[in-house]
Design a protein around this ligand. Structure first.
Ligand code: CDP
Length: 229
């Protein structure tokens, strides 16, 4: 069967990564979480004194970009690739609230995006890739054969993120998460470089009232339509 490129974009905490990971596993495709890459750059910036509170020293980060190396290694326990920053495992750290509060500031920078997009395109060079993010169907892989744009209400998304963090033993308040979800939506949609927008040829899915199984089934049908004709 022909191998294709699958782009899954949408708002924060919609369940993009669950959907993308499950499909990649079924198809034997590579799964790339592009948000993890922006999160890793943000963690590096925080650890190297580029932030004073929420204030970012952009020039300091610009000069450090060449020292930031991000890679992924498949974790058989979770069935997902874990993120490594300069060969250090950072998968858990990059998901905490401190990083979430800063990542959209870092992801709005043109020099950060140029570098990340180039790496993402290299990951997908051979096709057979499922990538999730904000600009995969518009900027990274505008020619992807299957493009999904995922959304759900902010309250449902915040609830899902709250449960996810709680399951990992990370403390966070629902109200803080909801505020963060809305704040990131706003920054992601209004930034100048590659703002979050539905690609013209993307299919919209609101999964507010779908179970994971229902959304996976829906996605598999969409995939089959693309490869069977
Ligand atoms: O998991 P969640 O949807 O909350 O976010 P994520 O996918 O981990 O992405 C974290 C942040 O990185 C987003 O809020 C965006 O600001 C940024 N991002 C981006 O700008 N472009 C991408 N392709 C992926 C993420």
């Amino acid at each position: 069967m022909k191998r294709i490129t699958i782009a899954i974009d949408g708002f924060s905490s919609c369940g993009k990564s669950t959907m993308a990971k499950d499909l990649a596993k079924k198809l034997g495709y590579v799964y790339v979480d592009s948000g993890a890459m922006y999160r890793a750059v943000t963690l590096y910036a925080m650890e190297h004194g580029c932030f004073d509170g929420l204030q970012l020293n952009v020039e300091k980060l610009r000069n450090m970009m060449q020292d930031i190396h991000i890679s992924f290694q498949f974790n058989p326990e979770t069935g997902k690739p874990d993120t490594y920053l300069n060969n250090t495992h950072v998968e858990n750290q990059i998901r905490n609230m401190e990083v979430s509060e800063r990542v959209s500031i870092v992801a709005a920078l043109d020099f950060v995006r140029t570098e990340m997009v180039a790496q993402q395109q290299a990951f997908g060079k051979e096709k057979g890739v499922v990538m999730d993010g904000r600009d995969i169907g518009t900027t990274v892989f505008p020619d992807a054969e299957l493009k999904i744009f995922l959304t759900a209400s902010p309250e449902i998304r915040a609830q899902r993120r709250y449960e996810e963090l709680k399951a990992k033993g990370q403390e966070a308040s629902f109200d803080d998460i909801l505020a963060n979800v809305k704040e990131r939506d706003y920054i992601d949609q209004h930034r100048e470089v590659s703002p979050l927008v539905q690609a013209e040829d993307a299919i919209l899915l609101d999964n507010s009232n779908l179970t994971i199984e229902q959304q996976n089934e829906w996605l598999m049908k969409e995939y089959l339509k693309r490869v069977e004709d």
